[in-house]
Ligand binder design. Structure first.
Ligand code: SF4
Length: 323
């Protein structure tokens, strides 16, 4: 299957008065049509910056983003306009991205009108109702305003608005983090159903390993701007190769989790992302850290087919786990 999205060696730096903040560093991935790549990591790991670079809300410092075989940075005019339609984003807090003075129908109709996808009041209204049906919003809510709805329904409006322009690829930035657990499941199921129906591809950004497991085909774990582990969801959940992935897994709230499992949850100070030294960025928090970890930054390397990790001591740690 050919790749819909290909990202190669993407970097995004920000200048601050304290130095250069390395928000995204040397990130590469591919995504096939109809697939989901989950990007997981703690707040500040660079996953949202990565998502914004991919949809071109932010200009990368360097690197390449190829969508449907075309280099995104070289698109202008009608090609760029077409990209803006085909690549959409769903945000964590739909409330702040929805105009409080617009009704639900007006919000969903806006991108249809701007992109001239339907003409005339009746055609636009028909399409708005189709989209409301598609995302499970009751038609009676068409004239309601965002503040009158609960978080789940507001997120459904955000999804309908993204779908209004018939995208191929959606970056979902923590779309369920602000929702109750029961509503989270409904929105995740909706996104999966829409993916099956419309052959959508997702870059799904989250801090929650249980959420990412539910929805992803492939997984990319980020720590301080870098990818520390990547592979299929099955492989990563079967054997975590990076100590950070293991710690994220232990942070999943399981009611009967035992004391030993809880002790693995990440301790220690996060290093500064400003002008970071050439060392493993997880060394301050890693219980396995040795001198070699502080001497150079580990590169991603394949340990089993398709399963990569950036850790100097992966083999030794695996061996210890088997003893
Ligand atoms: Fe831990 Fe060293 Fe591996 Fe970094 S390279 S994750 S510090 S063992």
């Amino acid at each position: 299957m050919s790749n819909l999205v290909e990202v190669n060696n993407l970097y995004k730096y920000f200048s601050t008065k304290h130095g250069t903040l390395h928000a995204v560093e040397d990130v590469s991935f591919t995504l096939e049509k109809g697939q989901t790549l989950g990007v997981v990591g703690e707040s500040g790991c660079g996953k949202s910056t990565l998502g914004r670079c991919v949809v071109r809300l932010l200009e990368p410092t360097s690197g390449s983003i190829v969508f449907q075989g075309k280099e995104v940075g070289q698109l202008y005019g009608s090609e760029l306009k077409s990209l803006r339609r085909e690549v959409q984003m769903i945000f964590q807090d739909p409330f702040s991205s929805l105009n409080p003075r617009m009704s639900i129908a007006t919000i969903i109709a806006e991108p249809i009108k701007i992109n001239k996808l339907k003409r005339g009041k009746d055609e636009i209204e028909k399409r708005v109702y189709e989209l409301m049906d598609l995302v499970g919003l009751e038609r009676r809510l068409a004239n309601a305003y965002p503040h009158e709805l609960d978080g789940g329904r507001r997120q459904r409006i955000g999804i309908a608005r993204a779908l209004a322009v018939e995208p191929e690829f959606i970056v979902c930035d923590e779309p369920v983090s602000a929702l109750d657990v029961s509503i989270q499941a409904q929105i995740l199921n909706l996104l999966e159903d829409l993916q099956d129906t419309l052959e959508l591809s997702y870059l799904f950004i989250t801090h929650d390993m249980s959420v990412v497991r539910h929805i992803s085909d492939k997984l990319m774990v980020m720590y301080m701007g870098t990818v520390v582990e990547t592979g299929s969801v099955e492989d990563v959940f079967k054997e975590r190769l990076h100590p950070y992935t293991e710690a994220l897994m232990a942070a999943i709230p399981i009611p009967d989790i035992d004391r030993e499992e809880r002790s693995k949850i990440i301790a220690g100070e996060i290093s500064s992302p400003i002008d970071p030294p050439d060392a493993c960025r997880f060394a301050n928090r890693c219980k396995f850290a040795q001198d070699v970890c502080r001497a150079s930054s580990p590169k991603l390397r394949e340990i089993t087919p398709g399963h990569q990790v950036a850790c100097h001591l992966c083999e030794q740690i695996r061996q210890t786990g088997k003893e």
